[in-house]
Design a binder for this molecule. Sequence first.
Ligand code: FES
Length: 91
Amino acid sequence: MSKTLWINVTRTNQDDVTFSVPTDEACSLLVSMERAGIDTHYHCRNGFCGACRTRLCAGTVEYTTDPLAFVRPGDILPCVCIATSDLDLEH
Ligand code: FES
């Protein structure tokens, strides 16, 4: 049964955005962020380049593909992960 997760994104020099995603949504967190109207940075969309790197302040994600780009502790690559809890992100 699908649940709803809440994603809050704090953005530099812009208003915060909060949106919801169903747990059974099949798309990446990056796509969910784009659908919520967030101007995302990306290049490969496959975990190679690191361009979509985003700060994870709270919550948990699951990688659908192992990222090949370097990911610092506390960062995530939204192009290859999905939310597994409510999230607080800095983008
Ligand atoms: S867009 Fe390249 S790692 Fe996410």
